[in-house]
Design a protein. Structure first.
Lengths: 213, 152
């Protein structure tokens, strides 16, 4: 049967095949995931969720019993669900900070850890409300003996600083690796190890009076 | 005396060391995480995955709570919490597998529909082309006939 307005069956079939290949190629390409970089962000904000007034009354000297309110946040841009942990460490002026090139964590003692499952493109902000609960000083060194974080007391030994200057809180991002069934410092993206961490300095020069809450 | 000293030292050590979650994470978390990732790769939407993430975070809370119970007197409570955590992780693994199957089926249906739509678009495009060519030829013949009738 020949349809009157169809000029040429072979021409019609040829056009159909060309268009079919074109449209199906578009369908296939539309389903291919586009390559993207994978990364995490870690950040610290003050009590107003701004990056400005981290210390009470803008005084970097934190007195025992004075509450400091921060938010520590992590954004997952890894393209998949991730199990992460924020590891908070207690450092001072001489503490080695994490090594970005070799992905080695800081050797400072761990104060507290917060773990969380995050969806892709999800940002999680954890309140980090802390205060020096117990401290003392001797021989020109200030010792922080316990810290209260989010209403839980964390005793710590060996957290000292010369004259109470240059204490540090180090926040490291760790991620769960399914292959090794363990957390690692940083993460692996395109077979490359990457790390993210931050630190904030403070002084505690008035720990002479032992304060116990 | 030495044994007493060791016990005292161990107690002091237990008291002054915070629970290290990064070192004591339970293995079942991996299988649950794999199940959720598979669902995501199969095409599950963030809204579908969100309840599973909620359950996983609940399991994490239970584990953290269990890690804080370190005295022998709290061992039964600790075991109860860990048992609840295992149940939740098992639920996540099951629901993740179901979601993976449902997402795969939905993706296959969507893909088939996309291919069919591609074929329909190609057919419509071909018909449009044929109509356009036919119309063009008809107009051309008409113009030639008009030219002959008018004697030009």
């Amino acid at each position: 049967m020949r349809i009157a307005w169809l000029p040429d069956r072979r021409e019609f079939i040829a056009v159909f095949i060309v268009l079919l290949v074109l449209f199906e190629t578009i369908v296939v390409l539309g389903g291919v995931p586009y390559p993207r970089d994978h990364w995490f962000d870690i950040y610290l904000l003050d009590s107003n969720r701004a990056a400005s007034n981290y210390y009470p009354r803008n005084n970097t000297n934190i007195e025992p019993g004075v509450q400091v309110a921060w938010y520590v946040g992590v954004s997952n841009s890894m393209g998949s669900v991730q199990l992460i942990a924020i590891v908070v460490k207690a450092g001072n002026q001489t503490t080695k900070w994490p090594n970005d090139q070799q992905a080695i964590e800081s050797p400072a003692p761990v104060l507290v850890e917060f773990a969380r499952f995050l969806q892709d493109n999800e940002t999680w902000e954890k309140p980090f409300i802390w205060s020096i609960e117990n401290g003392t000083s001797s021989n020109g060194y200030a010792h922080i003996l316990s810290v209260r974080i989010n209403n839980v007391t964390y005793p710590i030994s060996g957290w000292t600083a010369s004259n109470g200057y240059n204490f540090r809180l180090i926040f490291e991002l760790w991620t769960w690796q399914i292959q090794s069934n363990s957390f690692i410092f940083g993460w692996v993206s395109n077979e490359q190890r990457r790390v993210a961490w931050l630190q904030i300095w403070f002084n505690a020069t008035t720990t002479e009076t032992v304060i116990t809450q | 005396m030495v044994a007493l000293g060791i016990v005292v030292l161990m107690l002091i050590n237990t008291m002054s060391t915070p629970a290290q979650l990064t070192e004591s994470m339970q293995l079942p978390f991996s299988s649950a995480l794999i199940a959720v990732r598979q669902a995501q790769e199969a095409g599950a939407t963030p809204n579908e995955i969100a309840p599973l993430i909620g359950l996983l975070n609940k399991a994490l809370e239970l584990q953290t709570e269990a890690l804080d119970l370190r005295s022998p007197a709290q061992s039964s409570k600790r075991a109860e919490l860990l048992s609840q955590m295992d149940q939740i992780l098992s639920t996540v693994a099951t629901q993740g597998s179901k979601l993976t199957r449902a997402s795969l089926e939905r993706e296959q249906t969507n893909q088939t529909i996309a291919y069919i739509l591609g074929a329909v678009a190609a057919l419509l495009g071909s018909l449009f082309y044929a109509l356009a060519v036919s119309s063009y030829k008809r107009r051309r013949i008409k113009r030639i006939l008009n030219m002959r009738v008018s004697g030009r």
